[in-house]
Design a protein around this ligand. Structure first.
Ligand code: HAM
Length: 446
């Protein structure tokens, strides 16, 4: 295939067991967020480029090097969103979403994000983030709530991670620390990577986030932040709350995160099973962002999980039964007649269409009303002979086969066969309603 017709570099198709894992993540998150009172928000995938420059920060790698920026036909400068928080904050302000009862707004989202990064295992140019944002509370209880959700989500999906926690300090702590850190880093200027030399001039804290080995060695012995009394109290309260509900974490003073809007608590969850791209989830508090973007002063905290990386961990889980190929419960065959045209329907094929439709309605209703797991009602639609149809049903490990041949179509019956023990019986279906049919099947398939 020519390059032009292949998936663009850094993108991929999510299929098979990975697609099942994506669905499992969304299902678990939807249920969990409902328990915590979060409503879903579906924001645009592209926004004004300025939104990200202002919020994520024009000195961050994401904005400087990784944004997909383009002009539309009216020369508006737009960007594919590199992350979800900025758009949610924009919507929060624009739609006055903070005016609900209680003054606290809880939102969650799930969708594709785009970063022009160097692709490697676990790092893509289009990836999915699922995240939440809590607006309107500066209490450590809010930090604890979102960290608890993140932990519960990963636990529910059977994924083990390590949580790292830090507190970036208030404006004053940060200012003093930036000066102290800059002094230390200047002494190692020659050994820093070119990016970090630039970071040192613009925002020395960013150097702590560098992945280059030489920079890492330098930052490992860098001075640590000294929190003022108020920040110290806040950080202690978050940790106390997490201890009280048994959420595990490790304090990590080197954790700074790669986005510019954070203030106070920050956290990341990492997995040693992921290789170099080990961060599954990241988040923190951003108390100044809403106001800096033109809203009322509103404290906020949130996180986003990388769905691609989480799906990868789910696919590594031991219990593979969930991801095996679907198995038909009933496989319906109306064998093709050697004389029929493949473009028309014989009487038996028409009966099979009715029968399959009735079965699907019956089983769909069962799932809806009784919570029964959905069953695959398979229909042989490629015009196989009876022999070939049965062979396929066997290969797919169907539990039952329903055969509608010329005789069955003529006398209004279906031949049901239990594939494991070979028991078979012709059941009358002409003129019966769906409820009767459901009862007959219940009895027969038991
Ligand atoms: P982030 O740490 O940049 O935070 O991204 C969150 C997660 O998205 C990462 O932990 C990672 O799993 C996944 N991720 C990031 N880049 C890629 C990539 N190129 N390929 C695959 N997965 C990736 C944020 O974006 C913040 N908006 C989170 C947040 C919400 N903070 C407060 N509220």
């Amino acid at each position: 295939m020519t390059e032009a017709l292949s998936a663009p570099r850094g993108t991929r198709d999510i299929v098979g067991e990975e697609a099942i894992a994506f669905a499992e993540i969304e299902e678990a998150a939807t249920a969990l967020f409902a328990h915590y009172g979060y409503s879903e928000i579906i924001a645009p995938i592209f926004e004004s480029a300025e939104l990200f420059t202002q919020s994520v920060g024009d000195d961050t790698d994401i904005v400087k090097k990784e944004m997909y920026v383009f002009e539309d036909r009216k020369a508006r400068k737009l960007a594919l969103r590199p992350e979800g928080t900025a758009g949610v904050v924009r919507a929060y302000i624009e739609r006055s979403l903070g005016e609900g009862p209680g003054g606290v707004t809880r939102l969650w989202y799930n969708g594709p994000m785009f970063r022009y990064e160097r692709p490697q295992a676990g790092r893509y140019r289009q990836f999915v983030q699922l995240g939440c944002e809590l607006f309107g509370s500066s209490s450590p209880a809010a930090d604890i709530e979102v960290i608890d959700i993140a932990t519960r989500l990963l636990h529910r999906l059977g994924v083990a991670v390590e949580a790292r926690l830090n507190h970036l300090g208030c404006r004053n702590c940060k200012r003093d620390y930036a000066a102290e850190l800059a002094g230390y880093l200047k002494g190692h200027m020659d050994a820093l990577c070119p990016d970090c030399r630039d970071r040192l001039a613009r925002n020395p804290l960013r150097v702590l986030d560098c992945k280059v080995e030489t920079c890492r060695r330098i930052t490992a012995s860098a001075p640590r932040i000294r929190h003022c009394d108020s920040c110290q109290g806040e950080f202690a309260a978050v940790k106390k709350g997490l201890d009280r509900i048994g959420v595990p974490y490790r304090s990590d003073p080197t954790l700074v995160r790669g986005l510019g809007y954070y203030t106070g608590t920050v956290f990341e969850m990492i997995s040693s099973e992921l290789g170099a791209q080990d961060a599954v989830l990241g988040g923190g508090r951003y108390d100044e962002l809403v106001e800096s973007m033109g809203g009322k002063p509103t404290p906020a905290v949130g996180f986003a999980v990388g769905v691609d990386r989480l799906a990868q961990l789910i696919c590594m889980r031991q219990d593979k039964a969930w991801a095996s190929s679907p198995v038909p419960y009933i496989f319906v065959i109306a064998p093709s007649s050697p004389h029929g045209s493949p473009r028309t329907l014989s009487d038996s094929q028409l009966e099979a269409i009715w029968f399959v439709h009735a079965l699907r309605r019956i089983f769909e209703k069962k799932s809806r009303t009784e919570g029964a797991a959905p069953e695959w009602i398979a229909h042989e639609v490629s015009g196989r002979s009876l022999k070939a149809g049965l062979k396929l049903a066997d290969k797919l490990r169907a539990s039952f086969v329903a055969i509608i041949g010329e005789d069955e179509a003529a006398n209004g019956t279906v031949l049901l066969r239990h594939m494991a023990n070979g028991r078979q019986e012709q059941i009358a279906v002409r003129g019966i309603d769906e409820e009767e049919l459901a009862n007959k099947l219940d009895e027969w398939c038991r």
